[in-house]
Design a protein. Structure first.
Length: 327
């Protein structure tokens, strides 16, 4: 994401589960955790790498869980983005600031993977990814995704409503926000060796936002486990907000009474704020947000308020005064 850093560096642009799925899930659970320790890909180029990356995806121990039933409530106004485009054009600064990080991201070990729920909850706990996947009602949703950089895609995410995780966490009434923290492992993620970034990647939501029907935790993409470059094993999809809010590689969710300071806000608060709701009429300080470029076709289409999801979320922000809701 293009940012201006004070010291003058300028980074480049950039439900009900059908029986077969239930049975697959049981098989998967019986197989136990940590079946495959995902490792770095061997050095090979181009198509070989793509095939290797896809092989790694199907080697993901959760592969048997997919596909999951589609929730038809969420519909698109445009064709799906080609899978190849969505999985090879990414933002994942842990692996560098270019869009071509998908090969490097294969080095991230995603088993074992534990998520910590902490802060203002009845009882803090840790949960392994297999246990979490088994407890959550997995579904597929077709969502638009709008990056603050003005590129956009439309993809079939699999996962579960964030509200289910909030229910599992049992937050205290004093909890007002969720603070999401991504993994930190500079040994495999060389972008994290860049000391000017405030690692780990952090994002935040209000509890009301997190309970909104649209807020989704992603575990799959195109009917398969979500690829590492797209945030495996666990990321957010918040389609009414700019894409940077949808943090990848989540390891901690803290419930807090203080508004979290997110990664990008800490880096450049005048350009990237807490709310970051999509609005075509509020330009980024350095470019227009009036239209967006579709990945794959490069077609430009008008941006929509809340990325077209106002019917789901507009009420969340009614009557809020003095907040920078759209950046
Ligand atoms: N999460 C982490 N941990 N690190 C990142 O750099 N980039 C964000 C978001 N989540 C990012 C992240 C940005 S700017 C965008 S647009 C989306 O991931 C991109 O998701 P995609 O690569 O799956 O399209």
């Amino acid at each position: 994401m293009p940012i201006k850093i004070k010291k003058g560096w300028e980074l480049p642009e950039h439900r009900a589960t059908p029986e077969d799925i239930y049975m697959n899930r049981r098989r998967f659970l019986a197989a136990g955790s940590g079946l495959i320790a995902a490792g770095a890909l061997s050095a090979c180029d181009g198509e070989d790498n793509m095939i290797a990356a896809q092989a790694e995806q199907s080697a993901d121990p959760s592969a048997d869980l997919y596909p999951v039933p589609r929730n038809e409530l969420f519909t698109l106004d445009r064709p799906l983005t080609a899978e190849e485009d969505a999985i090879t054009y990414n933002n994942y600064y842990e692996f560098g600031s270019s869009k071509s990080i998908w090969r490097k991201a294969q080095a991230l070990p995603i088993r074992p993977w534990t998520v910590t729920i902490e802060g203002l909850v009845e009882r803090p706990f840790e949960i392994g990814i297999e246990d979490l996947l088994a407890r959550m009602p997995l579904e597929e949703r077709l969502y638009r995704h709008r990056c603050v950089e003005a590129w956009a895609m439309a993809v079939p995410w699999s996962g579960f409503a964030l509200s289910h995780l909030v229910d599992l966490a049992k937050p205290l009434s004093s909890a007002k926000y969720l603070r999401f923290v991504s993994f930190e492992n500079p040994e495999v993620a060389d972008g994290q060796r860049a000391s000017w970034y405030p690692w780990p990647y952090v994002e935040g939501l209000t509890v009301e936002e997190a309970r909104n029907d649209l807020a989704f935790v992603v575990t799959g993409l195109y009917g398969k486990p979500v690829p590492k470059q797209n945030g495996a094993p666990l990321r957010l999809a918040l389609p009414w907000k700019y894409g940077f809010k949808s943090a990848k590689g989540l390891v901690t969710i803290e419930f807090t009474d203080k508004r979290p300071l997110s990664f990008w806000e800490e880096l450049q608060g005048s350009e990237y704020g807490f709310w970051a709701n999509v609005n075509p009429e509020v330009p980024h300080p350095r470019w227009s947000q009036a239209s967006e470029r579709l990945l794959g076709t490069d077609e430009r289409v008008p941006t929509q308020l809340y990325n077209g999801y106002g019917a789901f979320v507009a009420d969340l922000y009614k009557g809020m005064q003095g907040e920078r809701l759209y950046m």
